[in-house]
Structure formats: C-alpha cells, structure tokens
Design a protein around this ligand. Structure first.
Ligand code: FES
Length: 192
C-alpha cells in the first residue's frame, strides 16, 4: 500500500529527489515529542525521514517495525521528507540512493512517550504519567529514562497508549499495575 503526498509535483529548485529501500524502524520524535519522522535502515545506515502530518496515523496503523519499505521523497540540504511510502517484499538497492545524505540517529536514549490527549486521559493517562514519574524518581532514573507526553498516537481505541523508544514499540491499554514491569525492562537495558 502506498502513500502519496500532494507535494509530489512541487519540488522546489534547491531540492533533489531521493529513493531509499530498507527496514522500517518505526515513527520517532526528534528534538520534540511529536512523532514526525520515520526511521529507515538501509544496509547498515539509518536514515531519519520527515513524514507529512496527514500520513502519520496511517503509518502507525499500516506498518510495523521490521517491514520492508521503499521511501521516495525530497532532499533539501540535510533534510529528507517523504512523498511516497510503499511496502516492498525485499530490499532493492536504489540507483538513486547516492543522492541521499546519511543523517545519523540523534539519540538512542530510552524514552517513555505517553499520550496525554482526551481518550487516553479518560482512561487514566494522567495517573499513569504520574505513576511513571514516581517510579523513575524512586529508582533515581529520571535523567536516564526520559518521560514525555505526546499528542494523539492515533490508537485511541487502545487508550491509554505509550511508545517505548528507541525501539518505538507501542503498548496499548496500559494499566498502572504494568508500570513496575515496564520500568524493570527499561532498567535492564540500561545495564547492558
Ligand atoms: S487520544 Fe491517545 S491515542 Fe488518541
């Protein structure tokens, strides 16, 4: 299934096109709390590509981490912006990939992103946020595992929702009773 942006026919003069095949690493936040970017691993190189707002929800619903995808888009300076995203069966080296620039991932820091919008709040997201805050403080992990609130993750039926980074694994219908277990798992990763 492909996602095509209206911008496809309106490249600006300073932009070039890129085409990348690789493994979908999930949606991610960079310098903020909104999941505006997708990660793509092409052989051993990771790329961060901005996704137009209107397609982020569809990506969350349609793609899972590990899917093979092809992303075509616009490269402006160091920035990559997706125009077309397609699921593919296998990795194919793109003849146009040399036009792209390698942008290393900014952080592999552990983060808990917690939706704080209405559906999730009605199902206890504020209390869960406070619970994580308390648990991290109790274990003196607040500066090593970052807790952040997010906008709607487009998974409202599974509210309350969280995303664990850097893997971008999604957890729905999170309960206060799961907080200890989730922080246990993250703490183990810190010690690896
Ligand atoms: S309100 Fe939380 S996922 Fe939509």
């Amino acid at each position: 299934m492909g996602i095509t942006n209206k911008l496809e026919n309106s490249y600006c003069e300073l932009s070039t096109q890129f085409c990348l095949d690789g493994e979908f690493l999930g949606l991610m936040a960079v310098d903020g709390y909104k999941l505006k970017y997708l990660g793509l691993r092409n052989t051993s190189t990771d790329f961060i590509i901005k996704v137009p707002k209107e397609y982020r929800g569809e990506i969350v619903r349609t793609y899972t981490v590990g899917d093979r995808i092809q992303v075509r888009g616009i490269k402006t300076g160091e920035k990559l912006k997706a125009v077309n995203i397609t699921k593919t069966e296998s990795l194919i080296q793109s003849p146009r990939s040399p036009q792209t620039t390698n942008i290393p991932p900014k952080s592999s820091q552990l983060k808990i992103l917690l939706c704080q919008k209405s559906d999730c709040c009605q199902k206890g997201a504020k209390e869960i946020y406070a619970g994580f805050q308390q648990e991290l403080a109790n274990r003196e992990l607040s500066d090593r595992i970052i807790l952040k609130s997010t906008g709607c993750l487009k998974q409202c039926k599974q509210a309350p929702n969280i995303i664990l980074q850097p893997e971008n694994s999604k957890l729905g219908r999170v309960k206060i009773s799961q907080i200890t277990e989730i922080v246990d798992k993250l703490e183990k990763k810190l010690s690896k």
